[in-house]
Ligand binder design. Structure first.
Ligand SMILES: C[S@@+](CC[C@H](N)C(=O)[O-])C[C@H]1O[C@@H](n2cnc3c(N)ncnc32)[C@H](O)[C@@H]1O
Length: 445
């Protein structure tokens, strides 16, 4: 699943996709086989390899950074039940480095944040299996659901050296079959120690890899795994990333115009989703599995490994209209990168809201409020209206940007708000203090 879990702030979506492993999950998934593979399974002469994975118990931390270990996080002791610990716990196959990083995170393991009332429900989504739906009206920036994963497992084989050990005469497909076979063996070590109340929901999740040689656990992980920027090893290679599989969050279907943003919080060890625009009660809650700024044909290719033969979202149904709009957003990405990111403090010399409002409409039309480009335009509008001394619009865009920021960068929100307030206090337009305007006491000159 597309890994836009956490972001590199201030970079356009396009640049992040190029520079980082932004769309790694879907690309990685394409590297393994999918669909129907004839004669799936390892060749008869294949000899399975020796794994170095260690089973870890308790709070032990003195592992080598590269040591692959199976461990339970947070460690709630033997006999933990959901009744006693409703936030749950995660069975992990991670490196010694990552275990140390997680356990040493300030506040770990904090309680999972919960919305004041349940804002989601799981129900049938016609043509897509199960899906997640809004149980009430949800405002932009609001937390919809936070969930502790059932399992975290590496995106590559761990503790087994496949490269160089697979007989030379094996075809590429046979190599892939060996890779999947060894990954399944690794994963068996994790599920083998899962409590039934965690294992049963995991094994009930959708699996679109039933005929390609993925084992049952790998198939479920490939279908449902999210990637989180924080859950990775030191190196920044495809081998350093992990798949995070949750229970209810795994029921979110794909849309090329998603209405929530995903966020990983290490302290509470939870995956969280926030509304990026208003969501009406009964509306399906969706996330993305592919590069949102890619043209429809490329998105379709990225969705194929998920068994989605044709995405029927409005943008995919009408690429003649949507592709040029998304191409325009890629131009905004370049502008944003040239400007130094979405939170640059340069106020416009020739303030003009028209092109910005046009850009905003383009992004909203495509339902891409989740992108940093949207936050960038909101911020530019805030600054432009401030320069024009239009207090009403300035405040309106500040509020929109605030809600957007709460959804996309929830960890930064308090710090960010304090910074903006300080900035506003410092700014004066003639006799008019922006701080007064913020309190609604002043009038634009
Ligand atoms: C992570 S699961 C989502 C939940 C799933 N629908 C279920 O029943 O548990 C991913 C699978 O859901 C289905 N799916 C997700 N988004 C879809 C879409 N936009 N169109 C059709 N099928 C979709 C595909 O079968 C895909 O392999």
């Amino acid at each position: 699943m597309a890994p836009k879990q956490t972001r590199t702030e201030g970079q356009s979506s396009a640049k992040k996709a190029e520079n980082t492993q932004q769309w790694l999950t879907s690309r990685e998934a394409q590297k393994l086989s999918y669909g129907v593979v004839k004669n799936a399974g390892v060749p008869q002469d294949y000899e399975q390899m020796q794994t170095q994975v260690q089973l870890s118990s308790g709070n032990k931390l003195d592992y080598d950074d590269s040591m692959p270990i199976v461990t339970t996080l947070p460690n709630l002791g033997l006999g933990a039940t959901l009744e006693k610990f409703p936030d749950g716990w995660t069975e992990c196959l991670i490196s010694g480095y990552l275990k140390k990083k997680i356990v040493n995170t300030p506040g770990f393991p904090a309680a999972i944040p919960r919305p004041p009332i349940a804002r989601h429900r799981i129900a049938e989504s016609p043509g897509k299996g199960l899906g997640m739906f809004a149980a009430c009206n949800i405002k932009p920036g609001e937390l919809v659901l936070a969930e502790r994963p059932l399992i975290i497992a590496p995106r590559a084989i761990f503790g087994v050296r496949v490269a160089g050990r697979v007989p030379r005469h094996y075809t590429d497909e046979q190599y892939r079959q060996v890779t999947m076979f060894e990954r399944e063996r690794n994963l068996n070590l994790v599920t083998g120690r899962m409590a039934p109340e965690r294992l049963e929901p995991l094994m009930s999740l959708a699996n679109c890899h039933l005929q390609d040689g993925s084992g049952p656990i790998l198939g479920i992980i490939r279908t449902n795994g999210f990637q989180a920027e924080e859950i990775r090893d030191k190196a920044n290679t495809s081998e350093s990333y992990y798949s995070v599989v949750c229970n209810e969050l795994s029921r979110m279907n794909h849309s090329c115009s998603p209405n929530v943003a995903r966020h990983w919080d290490t302290a509470s060890f939870s995956m969280q989703i926030f509304a990026v625009r208003a969501i009406k009660e009964g509306e399906e809650i969706t996330t993305e599995y592919c590069d949102l700024l890619a043209p429809a044909a490329q998105r379709q290719a990225e969705l194929a490994p998920y068994g989605i033969s044709q995405c029927v979202c409005p943008s995919c149904s009408n690429p003649a209209v949507s592709d040029p709009l998304r191409a325009r957003i890629r131009v905004i990405s370049r502008k944003m990168d040239d400007a130094g990111g979405w939170m640059n403090l340069d106020f416009p010399e020739k303030p003009d809201v028209k092109p910005l409002l046009g850009d905003l409409i383009t992004i909203a039309k495509e339902g891409l409020e989740e992108l940093d480009e949207y936050g960038y335009i909101l911020w530019e509008l805030f600054k432009t209206y401030a320069t024009l001394q239009d207090s009403k619009n300035m405040l309106a865009y500040r509020q929109k940007h605030k809600a957007w920021k709460a959804a996309i960068y929830p960890d930064d929100a308090p710090e960010y708000e304090a910074g903006i307030d300080d900035l506003l206090k410092l700014m004066k337009f003639g006799n008019l203090s922006l701080n007064k305007m913020m309190k609604g006491k002043g009038k634009a000159a």
